[in-house]
Design a protein around this ligand. Structure first.
Ligand code: KG4
Ligand code: ZN
Length: 345
């Protein structure tokens, strides 16, 4: 443990949100996120447009985070940034900014794995009522990843299951696009599902080996189903929107929960967490809480603002690396694909 409570600036720019946060020990003093509306009309993130928007946003979000925290640049003990995984052009902006600022301030630079950030967000002081105990099982469900991770310690984690094709967030977003929603449609499916019947339309579930997931079959099944129904009734989607959303959400959540339960049972783990953008989904949150009550789990769902991409999670992950002096040097580069396991520490 370090002597004083470290003050860390976190910077996140892996996809389409530019975010900066200031963390003192495990308390978030500020967490600013600039989203990018520009992608909505394209039905997905356009990498070139994302990098340009990061360029515009990175300085203002860092500035806002500092102002809100009431601190000065000279108060910072380290800068933690997302090295990957993510979009190369997006990562480069955050990485270059973090390197330059760390060099100018002569303070340590910490390269954080985005997925570790999602998991370690649980340890932010106000993330939830209580903290998971090691080892715990965390299902990280985002736009780019769907993983089942055994978390043995802050910096010691093992992936036991992953998606073989689309991520859960991608399944939500692609289904939403077929229903006519703008990107990202996941939150809209969630919204309309609240009024619908989850058992009205039945979609088949994939058969996959081990603890893995697959969502591409569901995507195709929804597409063919909608095409067939629209031939009979061109207004099919509009007339059945809530039931469609509820049924699609129910199917995705059922697929996720099945594997989560299996790993929890096989590894005899009782502390179960979810993380990543899709953990904002109310169907998944309810399913986790209900199943947890039935099976005697302690369940952990981070506060909403720490579920989707944010820099607070990068700062807290950086804080545990700070304690172990796991610093990067100026030769560090952004990496769209990063090994999940730490090579040091
Ligand atoms: O973690 P995140 O912010 O970014 C990535 O690292 O990918 O996750 C974004 C994903 C998107 O696919 C978005 O549609 C999904 O999370 N998402 C949701 C909800 N809120 C965000 N999906 C379903 N229901 C939600 N309420
Ligand atoms: Zn993410």
């Amino acid at each position: 443990m370090s002597q004083k409570e470290p003050i860390i600036l976190g910077i996140e720019s892996s996809c389409d949100d530019t975010s900066a946060a200031i963390l003192k020990n495990d308390t978030i003093l500020s967490n600013f996120i600039a989203g990018q509306e520009v992608h909505r009309k394209y039905g997905g993130v356009v990498p070139e447009l994302a990098s340009r928007a990061h360029m515009q946003n990175v300085l203002p979000v860092v500035d806002s985070a500092l102002k809100e925290s009431g601190l000065q640049l000279s108060d910072l003990d380290a800068i933690a940034f997302t090295k990957g995984p993510g979009l190369m052009g997006s990562l480069v902006v955050g990485t270059s900014f973090a390197k330059s600022l760390a060099l100018a301030l002569d303070i340590p630079l910490i390269d954080v794995n985005h997925m570790h950030g999602h998991i370690l967000a649980h340890f932010i002081e106000d993330a939830g009522d209580s903290k998971p105990n090691f080892p715990f099982l965390c299902m990280t469900v985002s736009g780019g990843h769907t993983q089942l991770v055994i978390v043995k310690d802050y910096l010691d984690m093992e992936i036991v299951g992953t998606t073989l094709d689309d991520a859960a967030g991608e399944a939500f977003d692609k289904a939403a696009k077929m229903l006519g929603f703008e990107y990202p449609g996941g939150p809209l499916i969630d919204k309309y599902a609240k009024e619908g019947d989850p058992k009205r339309f039945i979609f088949s579930k994939p058969r996959v080996d081990g603890y893995n997931f697959s969502f591409s079959g569901l995507k195709t099944a929804i597409l063919y189903f909608l095409q067939a129904e629209e031939k009979k009734d061109p207004d099919f989607i509009q007339s059945n929107l809530a039931d469609l959303c509820a049924s699609i959400q129910f199917t995705i959540v059922t697929i996720l929960m099945k594997q989560l339960k299996q790993v929890a049972e096989d590894y005899k783990i009782n502390d179960i967490a979810i993380a990543g953008g899709v953990s904002a989904n109310s169907g998944l949150r309810n399913a986790l809480t209900t199943t947890g009550k039935q099976l005697g789990w302690n369940t952990f769902i981070p506060k909403f603002e720490y579920c989707t991409d944010n820099a607070a999670m990068i700062a807290i992950a950086g804080r545990y690396m700070f304690d172990k002096q796991m610093f990067a040097d100026q030769s560090i580069v952004a990496q769209p694909r990063v090994p999940f396991t730490h090579s040091k520490g």
